[in-house]
Design a protein around this ligand. Structure first.
Ligand code: NAP
Length: 370
């Protein structure tokens, strides 16, 4: 990725990057949470100019040198009026009305709109396909043309687990209608992982392995997982801006390339931990409501209505140059970031099993199996 650097190599050099070589003026809606700052840093690193728009609540002092336009996706877009940028990255759109408002307003102010969506738009990912549906829709993997999730009442604006995916479908539609298909990029990330993740969903695993001792792990070592490193996502965002990549792209590590066994081995290698893994089979996990309660993030049963959750096709993104780094690197850098957090933040992980709950499950597992 050459970014803003002009290719001055001689005739035998590799073909020049066809991307934009001029600095771009980029507006980022939601640049101060988890994913946004990585996009901001990557855009700045490549010489672009960034303006932020958000409510001024999250990490307000993170980028003191950048222009911050304060407003609210919900009915206060005044700070955006009368301005022009080359492109906008909509990283905080959860409600279709908000996305329609900003995309309509910005359709004459920018030439390119990137909307950050989610793989949760696929019906199978949102648990919106029943076992019966699977007989009609033969879809062992989640493909670009897999059915999208729907919601019975499209006027609902409350963002909860059940509405998150279907609302994103409507957000994608609203942004596309306002901008037109040739000026929009829709990115659908799976679990985003890496430094700065305030959810601890990926972080739980390396931190738990680092703690050592007997550790409960769900399913089998062959169960597939997929993530996307936040820096790989940010790179693709800036590539899309520079090369005017439009269309719909799943943001995932290559499907089938990584399983829970490798994940745990990589966590053990990075942390030099003596953790001993106790693999609790699916029937135990289900009988104890562990998956249903979302107690073990990143992993999902490779059967029933989650069977294709970790087999999401990323070919279209890879064909446009999307790179995914080794997950070992994500593990290492996430832990390095984690260690910088204050002790009271690290005291209690926001995802995963608590020590008490894990002990309770391990006792039950041994009682049943020893
Ligand atoms: N994290 C994941 O694993 C994941 C996976 C798939 C897709 N995604 C998508 O990625 C995007 C970013 O996720 P994230 O985890 O980085 O989010 P985040 O950490 O919650 O950051 C949200 C950003 O949006 C701003 N914001 C929130 N509500 C706003 C409002 N009403 N008006 C204006 N600005 C507002 C926040 O700043 P203020 O609070 O100052 O307003 C902050 O800058 C989302 O669209 C999400 O659906 C995330």
């Amino acid at each position: 990725m050459s970014g803003c650097v002009k290719n001055t190599a001689g005739p035998d050099a590799a073909p020049a990057d066809e991307g934009n070589t001029q600095p771009l003026k980029i507006l980022i809606l939601g640049g101060t949470g988890f994913i946004g700052p990585h996009m901001v840093r990557e855009a700045l690193r490549r010489g672009h100019e960034v303006t932020l728009f958000n409510r001024g609540r999250t990490n307000r002092t993170l980028f003191p040198d950048l222009e911050l336009l304060v407003g609210d996706r919900d009915n206060n877009l005044d700070a955006l009026r009368g301005r022009k940028w080359d492109a906008v990255v909509d990283n905080s759109g959860y409600v279709p009305r908000h996305v329609a408002d900003s995309a309509t307003l910005l359709s004459t102010a920018v030439s390119h709109y990137i909307f950050v969506s989610t793989v949760g738009v696929y019906a199978a990912m949102s648990g919106n396909l029943t076992a019966a549906d699977y007989h009609d829709v033969d879809m062992p993997n989640t493909e670009y043309d897999s059915p999208l999730v729907t919601m019975p009442d499209e006027t609902v604006e409350e963002v909860v687990t059940e509405t998150y995916g279907p609302l994103k479908v409507l957000c994608e539609r609203a942004a596309t209608e306002a901008m037109g298909e040739d000026r929009i990029t829709i990115l659908r990330p799976t679990w985003v992982a890496g430094p700065g993740d305030n959810s601890d969903r990926f972080t739980y695993w390396p931190v738990r392995v680092a703690r050592g001792g007997e550790m409960l792990v769900p399913g089998t070592s062959a169960d597939l997982i997929q993530i996307v490193d936040v820096r790989d996502l940010a790179n693709f965002v800036v590539d899309s801006l520079e090369k005017n990549i439009t269309g719909i792209y799943n943001m995932v590590t290559p499907p089938g390339s990584y399983a829970m066994g490798e994940f745990m081995a990589d966590c053990q290698a990075v942390t030099a931990s003596d953790a001993s893994l106790t693999w609790a089979d699916l029937s135990f996990i289900e009988a104890n409501g562990v998956y249903a309660a979302g107690e073990l993030p990143i992993w999902a049963p490779m059967s029933g209505d989650t069977r294709s959750d970790a087999i999401v096709n990323g070919d279209r993104s890879f064909s446009k140059g999307m790179q995914t780094r080794p997950i070992k690197e994500t593990i290492r850098d996430t832990l390095t970031w984690w260690e910088t957090l204050p002790e009271d933040r690290r005291d209690k992980l926001r995802a995963g099993l608590s020590a008490e709950r894990e002990t309770e499950l391990l006792v039950a597992w041994h009682k049943q199996n020893d």
